[in-house]
Design a protein around this ligand. Structure first.
Ligand code: CP
Length: 301
């Protein structure tokens, strides 16, 4: 049997999906962590604060050894392919590779080639960021929110967001009642790409009645500079201000996967206010990644 991987929400079966979310909530609630005798390597070809550190922290909580490869100091700079890097890690007895890469497909191709190395997709191009979607779902589950009744609005640069892509794969499976997308024309997905989801060209229309509003950063690294909007104009049209939030129900929740660009997609008053779950998401990130390691390494009979 080849090693179990976490590549995308789509490739995760129902049992795995349920297990990871439930165990993340249990760890957050104080469940004791198992000791896992395994090694993990973080290889991030794009910047990260939350994802990389929380995988490292999660590994530490489970007694695993973790290592970081800095791509600019690795043998990739001397022409080594990712496949050869993976084979090298396997030969050293490493168990897991956590990979972030700008390429949408590289990790999926690598999964066809590796035999005994567990792969975790920590962000692949605009295609997938499954651990972020799972931890976000765990945050809401831990607060007792039922996905069945959920009205979720996702606002901002949806077209270039792998977080949005993974959420669009996740919430219909969890049974969300309504998913609305809103953003500027050049940041919305292609028409028909998201069946069962409504697309709006007006933020106020999209967030009206939503119980969760998820704000997204403009992915400037994936947009040519001439397509970058003026920050003030963007905030006026697509930013979550206190005034906009005040028109929603008082118990509406605000999420953002981070990193946050204050006063571009969200005001500081909202980001630091009582409706925001941004730091709860960061906190759950460690528990969700513990649950992912447990599922990867102990979940197979
Ligand atoms: N949410 C997220 O992926 O953050 P980082 O880029 O800091 O890992």
């Amino acid at each position: 049997m080849s090693a179990r991987h976490l590549l995308s929400i789509e490739s995760l079966d129902e049992a795995g999906l349920k297990q990871i979310i439930e165990r993340a909530c249990a760890f957050a609630d104080g469940a004791s962590a198992p000791e896992i005798d395994a090694t993990v390597v973080n290889l991030f070809h794009e910047p990260s604060t939350r994802t990389r550190l929380s995988f490292e922290r999660a590994a530490g909580c489970l007694g695993m050894q973790s290592f970081n490869i800095e791509p600019q100091l690795s043998s990739a700079t001397k022409g080594e392919s990712l496949t050869d890097t993976a084979a090298t890690l396997q030969a050293m007895g490493m168990d897991c590779l956590i990979l972030r890469h700008a390429d949408d497909n590289l990790i999926f191709e690598l999964a066809q080639k590796v035999k005994n190395l567990h792969l975790v997709n920590a962000g692949s191009g605009v295609r997938a960021h499954p651990s972020q979607a799972l931890l976000d779902a765990a945050v809401l589950q831990a607060r007792g929110l039922s996905p069945a009744g959920l009205k979720l609005a996702i606002v901002g640069d949806i077209r270039h967001s792998r977080v949005a892509a993974s959420h669009l794969a996740l919430w219909p499976r969890l049974g969300a009642a309504e998913i609305r997308l809103a953003g500027p024309h050049n940041m919305l997905p292609d028409a028909g790409a998201t069946p069962g989801v409504t697309v709006h060209d007006n933020m106020d229309e999209a967030i009206a009645g939503a119980n969760v509003v998820m704000m997204l950063r403009i992915q400037r690294e994936r947009i040519d500079a001439e397509g970058w909007p003026d920050s003030q104009a963007y905030f006026a049209d697509w930013g979550l201000s206190r005034e906009r939030l005040s028109r929603l129900a008082p118990d509406s929740l605000v999420m953002h996967p981070g990193p946050v660009n204050r006063d571009v997609e969200i005001s500081s008053e909202v980001a630091d206010g009582p409706n925001a779950l941004i730091l709860d998401q960061v906190r759950m990130g460690v528990f969700a990644r513990m649950a992912i390691f447990e599922w990867l390494l102990r979940g197979q009979d």
